[in-house]
Design a protein around this ligand. Structure first.
Ligand code: NAD
Length: 310
């Protein structure tokens, strides 16, 4: 079975390393030249839960995937705004039974992915693993999972089981989601509050929790997200989700969310259009207003312009 990791930054290289370590025939694919060159020349150096490893994993540049390569499974791990160009580049390497796995953050990636493979071959999910890039070629992966995956249509369940098996063989803790859409929307609640607000306020999660004004914003954002989620037949309780978010922020207080790290630290563009922006768009499609999510999206874009984010 040939596996590709399309988008091998932080989380992609982490998943690739775990699969490679457990004997899978896996290739990393990425479009960021420093990451590609470093891994091609020196292998991947990765810290997994505090232990250092070095793996000589095959690494291809996105624009130079060998023409004869066909992949049975493709894990998608670019940033959301890179997804279409990554899918275009990987398209010639998809065959009629290729399974495409997307556990990226963000809403409705399946709308794009189904232009490349049919619904039954799309495995969608969410993960609680976290990862980062220290310098190109040197990354870290933290957590113990799970990676919760599910199918978009009932015919896809066998493909979901294949992916759960691969994840479990690789100690990534795969589980079949009992309610895929609910899990995706819960993750949107986490990312749509902490990521955006910590980036705008330039603070960590503990500081966010200390302000009653910020807590009020967390509540308002959550209220809108939960309301828009009903258009996806997902019914969450606003107060329960809010309590969960405040508790989570407390537990990981010193942590700066990934959007903060990308935007404030590295001046990189964010996935805001696929998180709060997507909530506002989906709300519009379904006549459910989400003005606070739209406002926050515009604030993050303003900050991207201010910082000349690339
Ligand atoms: P990433 O930013 O590390 O990598 C994405 C792409 O950007 C890769 O091509 C990478 O090489 C490139 N890149 C990385 N640093 C760069 C830099 N400084 N300049 C230019 N290009 C750079 O993305 P990720 O964190 O692995 O996230 C992939 C997907 O997984 C996203 O949808 C993300 O939301 C989701 N996700 C990430 C985490 C996490 O902890 N990293 C956790 C859960 C979900």
């Amino acid at each position: 079975m040939k596996i590709a990791i399309a988008g091998s930054g932080a989380l992609g290289s982490g998943f690739g390393a775990k699969l490679f370590q457990n004997g899978y025939d896996v290739s990393l694919i990425d479009g960021w030249e420093p990451q590609v060159t470093s891994i091609q020349q020196e292998g991947l150096h990765i810290d997994i839960n505090g232990e250092g490893y070095h793996f000589d994993i095959p690494m291809h540049c996105l624009s130079q995937i060998p023409s004869n390569e066909l992949y049975d499974v493709i894990f998608l791990f670019p940033k959301s705004m890179q997804l279409e160009s990554v899918l275009d580049a990987i398209k010639p390497h998809i065959h009629k039974e290729t399974i495409v796995v997307c556990t990226m953050n963000g809403l409705k990636h399946e709308r794009l992915i189904r232009n490349y493979v049919e619904d039954a071959r799309i495995v969608r999910g969410v993960t609680t693993w976290t990862a980062g890039i220290d310098v190109p070629g040197h990354t870290h992966l933290m957590g113990s999972g799970p990676v919760e995956v599910g199918c978009l249509v009932p015919e896809g369940i066998d493909n979901v089981k294949i992916i759960v098996d691969i994840l479990n063989q690789s100690e990534l803790n795969g589980v079949v989601s009992e309610d895929l859409h609910q899990s995706i929307w819960k993750k949107i609640c986490v990312n749509g509050t902490a990521n955006a607000l910590c980036s705008i306020l330039e603070c960590n999660l503990a500081t966010l929790n200390e302000s009653s004004y910020a807590k009020n914003l967390i509540y308002k954002l959550t209220q809108e997200i939960v309301h828009v989620a009903t258009s996806d037949h997902v019914h969450l309780n606003v107060d329960e989700v809010f309590e969960y978010l405040i508790d989570l922020n407390e537990k990981v207080g010193p942590h700066y969310p990934s959007m903060y790290q990308d935007l404030i630290k590295d001046h990189r563009k964010t996935e805001i259009d696929y998180i709060n922006g997507a909530v506002a768009r989906l709300g519009n499609e379904n006549h459910i207003p989400a003005p606070v999510n739209e406002f926050v999206t515009n604030l993050i874009h303003s900050k991207e312009s201010q910082l000349n984010a690339q």
